[in-house]
Design a binder for this molecule. Structure first.
Ligand code: ZN
Length: 412
């Protein structure tokens, strides 16, 4: 077995080992500041120390390993991802982006190799938003734009985030101190599984992320008129559910065939519906995302216009509530190009693609330029699910590319 094969397998073995830190035996659930979460943080810290890094925990609970450059106290190239998980999660979402750079740093440490800059591997303590229904807590703290109002949110047991932090010895009032000094950050690169099928379908192990898509979300209440399913003729009906269905089909049509644009109706309810009643009410959600804000906002405008036309024709009324609005976060082109060179250097085709899902890089972009390397998922690209998978070969290829990127890293 050659050295190159070893690194992929080592990453996979550690992903298995880390997945044993769970709140629920038999499945992987690791929410912010749980006992399992603390165990995972200790394991990561140990692996970072074994790889020659100095390790610190910041006040948000992020685990940060620093591999010094040639000169002490040099600015750092940042990398990392999150080690919290959703309920009944896969083993690679987030975790890969911490384990892979640790394995690469271990190699440089073994060779006694250092760079003109430091490397900091960050295990972000919270990204998924499971416990306090607020996402990206770790990376927002690091980026210096943590929303202190979130500290008063409650978990399902009724503890506030402030109390949960205090219970493990973290002082929420000092959270602003977790902000990373801007002049010490050169750039941020996050390695993450794709969580979708694009690379799998194109038989490519990795891809370069162009941007993290912005998103607009709405919750729509449709009010029609309930009536007897047997007695009201079709042309006198004001059916709220069919109006919602027609709007849903329009969203699907409008968002199809435009690169980087996706639209989803993820919830669709007929409250108090019955088989023999014409629906008087319907409630549904809209989620529209795109690589660029222009494309997303144009689709949102068309959907809102068409929705009103459909409602007028069907004589139903709409209550439109926007629940979320986030701009697209572009990955820096100079970092994308250096990633592309690392991929092309291995003789592979460079595939660029947007990320439809949110990632820590979104928050870190407020601190420094960001880039992301996507790694192919198996099983049709399934994620946030125990069937999430990837191969040791792809882990090795991604580690190779990460190493080349770092070894050739140059500021713009
Ligand atoms: Zn993730």
């Amino acid at each position: 077995m050659n050295q190159a094969t070893d690194i992929g397998q080592r990453i996979m073995q550690r992903a298995d080992e880390l997945a044993l830190c769970t709140e629920t035996p038999g499945m992987l659930t690791r929410t912010y500041l749980s006992a399992a979460h603390r165990n995972a943080a200790e394991l990561l810290a140990q692996w970072m120390r074994d790889a020659g890094m100095n390790v610190r925990r910041d006040v948000a609970g992020n685990v940060i390993g620093r591999y010094e450059g040639i000169a002490p106290d040099a600015p750092a190239l940042l990398t990392g991802s999150h080690f919290d998980t959703v309920r009944n999660a896969g083993k690679y979402d987030g975790n890969l982006g911490i384990l892979l750079p640790i394995a690469c740093v271990a190699e440089w440490h073994r060779q006694g190799r250092r760079f003109p800059f430091a490397i900091e591997v960050i295990g972000f303590a919270e990204e998924e938003g499971v416990r306090f229904k607020a996402t990206l807590l770790g990376s927002r703290a690091l980026a210096g734009n943590f929303d202190m109002a979130v500290l008063n949110r409650h978990d399902a047991q009724g503890s506030t985030m402030r109390e949960a932090m205090s219970a493990v010895g973290l002082d929420a009032n000092t959270l602003p101190q977790a902000a990373y000094p801007r002049e010490k950050a050169l750039a941020y690169l996050e390695v993450h599984i794709e969580q979708g099928p694009v690379l799998l379908d194109e038989q490519l192990p990795v891809g370069v992320v162009t941007a993290i898509s912005g998103a607009s979300r709405f919750c729509i209440n449709v009010n029609g008129l309930a009536g007897h399913a047997g007695t009201v003729p079709m042309d006198s009906r004001r059916d709220a559910a069919m109006a919602a269905a027609e709007i849903g089909l329009y969203i699907e049509k409008r968002c199809s065939g435009v690169p980087g644009l996706v639209g989803t109706v993820g919830q669709f309810d007929v409250p108090d519906g019955a088989a023999n009643v014409i629906p008087g009410k319907a409630v549904f959600t809209i989620d529209i995302r795109a690589e660029t804000d222009d494309v997303r906002l144009a689709a949102v405008r068309d959907v809102l216009d068409e929705m009103k036309r459909i409602a007028a024709r069907r004589r139903v009324t709409l209550e439109i509530n926007q629940t979320h609005e986030a701009s697209s976060v572009p990955c820096a082109s100079w970092l994308q190009d250096q990633l592309a060179q690392a991929i092309a250097g291995l003789g592979m085709r460079v595939r660029r693609l947007p990320s439809g899902a949110g990632h820590d890089a979104m928050a870190v972009a407020a601190l420094t330029d960001v880039a992301m390397l996507f790694v192919r998922c198996g099983n049709g690209g399934i994620s946030h699910h125990p069937d999430e998978c990837m191969s040791a070969d792809d882990a090795r290829v991604a580690a190779d590319i990460f190493s080349r990127f770092v070894e050739h890293f140059a500021e713009p």
